[in-house]
Design a protein around this ligand. Structure first.
Ligand code: FDA
Length: 378
């Protein structure tokens, strides 16, 4: 074996694929019982509808090198992501745009009139001196829009009153003064034609790649554990960086999500793939309805049943799946300390969202793995 990759998510598989393509013999281990990390998807057994087990995954990128690379393994549908939100029983388009504003104020403002209105309502606070997330939110979009669409949703995401959250949690709140409610601005967007797992499996499908599932890097009863391999051969580690060092500098904090999946006896529950729930009296943040990610599969999917998934957000304990870095000042100090420790590790490279304590979209994870391969391994 020439290289051990810990973690079979997009970062680990990109490294493994590039290494195998250049003639290296690679072993990929993952402690889960399936390949693909959080991008993994599976067909719901009752309906055959593809479900993203770890939350909705929409592929989008403006990076030509990443787009060319991913198209070697899958085609993409022409799916365009749009999100709606339910506030007090009325549905509005997101991100906040001229349609949202005119519906909310029951008006027909032109772009300039809407801009003027928001500017006037935002005057209550100054972005530069905002003392917390609430003041910053109001300084960015004004109190009425903030209270309707941001305040309670943010409180649910963070289990914290936005008045208690630091202003820096949000840098900007996009408002579009057009009716464009396309969610992403990237050049390319779409979903893998035959699903995420087929794509991920094709990346690993090479005679020089061996994938071992249910194999934890820290389990001393399996031969490829940390103490046995570090220093002996090159390792790319994509698990949590604090876990690697046994939490020597403290645990970095994460948010996690709980998902409640249900098959409903209707052909269409909400008419769209993602519906946010903006208000405090609804405990979940959003509902995904997976059939809408693939309208082109309408002949294959049942007409009388559908799969929905409600999403709840909370702080993660050590045994939970880490999803979004919380990034407190203490976390940032901890991360710097861990980065120093990584430099002392012989022939171990740290990558991916867990290895770098960074939220990465799929195209970013793939892009950064391609750079690591090119600059540090090839
Ligand atoms: P990833 O977490 O996928 O893989 C790491 C792997 O390492 C896991 O399989 C894990 O089991 C394994 N591992 C950890 N510790 C180990 C150990 N000790 N031993 C062995 N294996 C170990 N992106 C996007 O572009 N569009 C989107 O819509 C979304 N949506 C989205 C929703 C949610 C809820 C989340 C959390 C994330 C997204 N993403 C996303 C981001 C996307 O999931 C992310 O870019 C990729 O998962 C990153 O791939 P990695 O390989 O870095 O990590």
């Amino acid at each position: 074996m020439d290289l051990l990759v810990v973690g079979s998510g997009f970062f680990g598989l990109t490294i493994a694929e590039r290494a195998a393509a250049s003639g290296r013999r690679v072993t990929v281990i993952d402690r889960r019982s399936h390949i693909g990390g959080n991008a993994y998807s599976e067909d719901d057994p009752a309906t055959g509808i593809e479900v993203h087990r770890y939350g909705a995954h929409l592929f989008h990128t403006s990076n030509p090198a990443v787009w060319e690379y991913v198209n070697r393994f899958t085609g993409f549908t022409d799916y365009v992501h749009r999100v709606y939100t339910n506030h007090r029983g009325v549905v509005y388009p997101l991100p906040i745009n001229l349609g949202t504003i005119n519906q909310f104020f029951a008006a027909a403002y032109s772009p300039d009139q809407a801009r003027e209105l928001v500017l006037e309502q935002a005057g209550e606070f100054d972005v530069k001196t905002a003392a917390n997330l609430e003041e910053k939110g109001i300084a960015l979009i004004g109190r009425p829009l903030y209270e309707a669409f941001i305040r309670d949703y943010t409180a649910k995401q963070w289990q914290t009153d936005p008045k208690e959250l630091p202003a820096e949690v949000i840098s900007r709140l996009p408002v579009r003064y057009t009716y464009d409610n396309r969610y992403f601005n990237d050049t390319w967007e779409g979903l893998p034609v035959d699903g995420y797992t087929a794509w991920l499996e094709r990346m690993a499908d090479h005679p020089l790649i061996e994938v071992k599932l249910d194999t934890d890097f820290f389990d001393r009863t399996q031969p490829l554990h940390k103490a046995a391999v570090v220093g002996q051969l090159p390792v790319v580690y994509t698990g949590p960086v604090d876990r690697y060092f046994d939490y020597a500098e403290g645990a970095l904090s994460w948010r996690t999500l709980d998902f409640e999946r249900e098959v409903l006896e209707t052909g269409d529950f909400q008419g769209t793939s993602v519906m946010n729930y903006a208000d405090a009296d609804v405990p979940f943040t959003r509902i995904h309805e997976f059939r809408h990610f693939h309208p082109e599969r309408k002949d294959r999917y049942p007409t009388d049943r559908t799969v929905v998934m409600r999403e709840f957000s909370r702080f993660a304990d050590r045994d939970d799946e880490p999803y979004y870095p919380v990034n407190t000042p203490q976390d940032r100090a901890g991360l710097l300390a861990y980065r120093d420790l990584t430099k002392g590790e012989d022939r171990v490279l740290f990558g991916g969202r867990l290895g770098t304590y960074q939220y990465l979209d799929m195209h970013m994870a793939i892009g950064s793995a391609l750079s690591m391969w090119q600059n540090q391994l090839a």
